[in-house]
Design a protein around this ligand. Structure first.
Ligand code: FPP
Length: 248
């Protein structure tokens, strides 16, 4: 299904010249949403996937070229096995179901994180979807899977140290820009805006390096209740902010 073209009506209130290039989202609150309804936690995640579908479409329609979603953290492996398996099945189903639609809408899929930790069924669905969508040039959808910010930074340091040890890199060339090249996100702009749902005032090991100057927006809405209207409202709020990057 091709997403509706952005119309002037749709974008009313958004300034096309000041759109964020990259929005990152911590999708939190699925468990609480389920508990409030006396449902199993997995039902919250199931509803959460539907919201993922809506926000991907909203982002594309708004012409925001990068969307990064924190779908599974390195810490999330510690959840009960049944919940982890449930999330993994939802993920595999999402990838299989959506790869054609992503391609049709010019969306390229990417992942960041220790994806080798994922079960075989998800890895296969992932490889298919990555391959299927690789020609997409209008938007990049990045799923953070088995992702941890500190692990990413430690991994970069380890690989740089290896390159220094074999004489490929001279230690004195290591500055911020050089370091960034060893991160998963080496070919993406840093997020301009990071949204977290369900009210928690934490970064939770998400994109620690990349969020240095990112505008933050925390909403009390639980992820399964989040949607396009609130997403656009947050983009409008972002556009009203003055970003100084440490200057005056
Ligand atoms: C946070 O809610 C959510 C997660 C840890 C998993 C998010 C996963 C999905 C939405 C499904 C798969 C994703 C994609 C991209 C298809 P929580 O369980 O921490 O909620 P709580 O804090 O209320 O317990």
């Amino acid at each position: 299904m091709k997403y509706k073209e952005p119309s002037s009506d749709y974008r009313s209130g958004l300034d096309p010249s000041r759109l964020p290039k990259h929005v990152a989202i911590i999708m939190d609150g699925n468990g609480r949403w389920a508990r409030q309804r006396s449902l199993e936690r997995i039902e919250g995640h199931r509803r959460g996937v539907e919201v993922v579908e809506d926000i991907v479409a909203a982002c594309r329609r708004a012409d925001i070229p990068y969307l990064t979603l924190y779908a599974f953290s390195t810490e999330n492996w510690q959840r009960p096995q049944s919940e982890v398996q449930g999330i993994m099945s939802l993920l595999a189903a999402f990838l299989a179901k959506k790869q054609e639609e992503l391609k049709e809408n010019g969306i390229r899929l990417r992942t960041i994180g220790e994806t080798h930790m994922l079960p075989e069924s998800v890895l296969m669905a992932l490889e298919n979807a990555l391959e299927h969508t690789r020609s997409g040039t209008d938007m990049t959808l990045t799923l953070a899977l088995s992702y941890g910010g500190r692990a990413e930074i430690a991994g970069a340091a380890r690989r740089i140290a290896g390159d220094v040890a074999v004489g490929k890199v001279a230690a004195d060339v290591i500055d911020e820009a050089f370091f960034s090249r060893y991160l998963y996100t080496h070919d993406m702009p840093d997020p301009d805006l990071m949204i977290r749902t369900s009210g928690e005032m934490r970064i939770s090991n998400f994109l620690l390096w990349q969020l240095a100057y990112t505008e933050l927006y925390i909403t009390d809405t639980l992820w399964p209740d989040f949607g396009e209207d609130e997403f656009l409202e947050i983009i409008r709020d972002f556009q009203s902010r003055e970003r100084r990057f440490g200057g005056v």
